[in-house]
Design a protein around this ligand. Sequence first.
Ligand code: NAP
Length: 327
Amino acid sequence: MKRERVVVIGSGPAGLTAALYTSRAQLSTTVFVGKLLGGQISTTHEVENFPGFPQGTTGPELVENMKQQAEKFGAKLVWDTVSKVDFEHGSPFRIETEGGETYSADAVIVTVGANPRELGIPGEKQYVGRGVSYCATCDGFFFRNKTITVAGGGDSALQEALFLTKFGKTVNIVHRRDSLRASVALQTRAFANPKISFTYDTVIEEIKGDATTGTVKQIVLKNLKTGETSEQPTDGVFIFIGYDPNSRLFGTQLALDHSGYVVIDGHMATNVDGVFAAGEIHDSIFRQAITAAGDGCKAALSTINWLAQRESNLQTLDTPVVEANPQ
Ligand code: NAP
């Protein structure tokens, strides 16, 4: 079993920032990268709002810089996914990976993020990568001059729809209600864009494809007010209906809110002493690279303090009580 002072689960901006701080504080730190180094930000092409990059940067470049900076101070990145954790027996915590490794960590920082939510309709899984996508920046390029459908009515749906107008001939936003959840600023931009249209009170019931090419060709729409169904031709369906936190790994060991996000206190501490959380695994509201990085910094500082406090307590316990010299 490998022993570490700190294990960081996840390698997005939260995880890499946490690792930078803990390794710079001379605490041996291993980061379990998971399925994708950098998490969601690594699939974002243009990053214009991360401070310190006046000309903007790309997701992969930002992640690579963060990785190098953490490694410079000794953080070790392991290209493996955590499959099991034991938080119930307290620190040191036991961590097992899909690759068959077992680690023990004095403290753990959980930064496993969230995944895009699926519609769960026929054709969705079948046509992923063949017209169905959850990432406009990854796949938008393939839809030049095509007819695009976007599902959702929140900030993500409108922001990504605006981005997709760079490529598509038209972008139709299908939303299940008659009013959008997205911010007024995004709504104003979307309403002003001649390529964007809206279909309200409607859900996509099925995604159909062309048997010969195996790509998306049509969607079945259902108007929730009239109950009417119709078929509409489309080349691509981009789904932005929110995100689900990747908290399944923790089972009942970490306290979660009703949506599955890890509950933390003002010091990024979870309900388990010595386990901290940062980034989208606890944050369903801000979801920005910079807020995740800030969270990672806070979680690392709390971890450093927690370990120092614990050591000083242990030292106090180990030190024999010296009787005051009566003379
Ligand atoms: P969201 O705000 O939860 O919106 C999800 C949208 O999808 C809602 O319009 C919802 O409809 C719809 N929806 C959910 N489940 C559905 C289903 N099964 N079928 C059809 N439609 C469904 O998620 P988000 O847009 O990803 O944003 C998440 C958070 O990140 C928000 O706090 C947002 O402000 C933030 N964010 C910010 C920015 C930015 O600042 N530029 C960009 C992206 C995201 P209802 O409205 O009817 O519930």
